[in-house]
Design a protein around this ligand. Structure first.
Ligand SMILES: [Zn+2]
Ligand SMILES: [Zn+2]
Length: 200
């Protein structure tokens, strides 16, 4: 896997190199102009020595071209590295979503009513907490259990039911899980489409 620190280092190195190249270009333009002036001035005085300024400028042009080529190669390398990094991240997101989906499925299975095995969601299957034993069943099963047995006892531990109330925390958890499962499915769908388009 590409390391973020390594990527950051490369990016900074590239920026530094680019800034140096631009600075060098500026200096060469200024000095180049001066060199040409000097060469022209030297000729006008019938100086037979070769115009060193012009020669070194053309060498610099070659160097500049090489630098430019290296810079664009580095740029391309950086771009493809960023692309690889992005694909790696979206692949990891899909793995995480799949793990999450599996975990959520397990959680939801465990929060079903122990009598009817339905997911405890309102209105019929509102999770209902019995007091004082603390066991939870869906509202429908508890009311039919009480009707059928004419006894206010917990179907699990047979303790007397003194009162009952919606198990709000459990209901919120179940609602939350259902919502997250829906989101995970939507995310998976989006990522799948993204990968199909980007050819990853
Ligand atoms: Zn039930
Ligand atoms: Zn109980």
């Amino acid at each position: 896997m590409a390391d973020m620190a390594e990527l950051k280092r490369k990016r900074e190195a590239w920026f530094a190199q680019r800034a140096a190249a631009q600075e060098r270009e500026r200096v060469l333009q200024e000095e180049g102009g001066a060199a040409v002036d000097e060469a022209v001035h030297a000729r006008s005085e019938d100086d037979p020595s070769p115009a060193m300024g012009v020669l070194s400028l053309s060498d610099s042009d070659v160097l500049d071209r090489i630098t430019e080529r290296l810079t664009s190669k580095l740029k391309e390398e950086l771009r493809s590295e960023v692309r690889r990094e992005e694909q790696e991240v979206s692949r990891k997101n899909i793995q995480d979503s799949k793990k999450m989906e599996g975990w959520l499925a397990g959680e939801l299975e465990q929060t079903t009513c122990p009598i009817c095995y339905e997911i405890m969601q309102p209105p019929q299957h509102t999770p209902t907490l019995l007091f004082p034993c603390g066991h939870t069943f869906c509202a429908q099963c508890i009311s039919s259990h009480i009707k059928a047995n004419h006894r206010h006892t917990c179907p699990y531990c047979r303790k007397k039911i003194e009162s009952q109330a919606p198990n709000m925390i459990l209901q919120q958890l179940i609602d939350g899980f259902a919502e997250r499962k829906k989101e995970a499915a939507a995310c998976l769908d989006r990522e799948g489409k993204f990968l199909a388009v980007s050819g990853g």
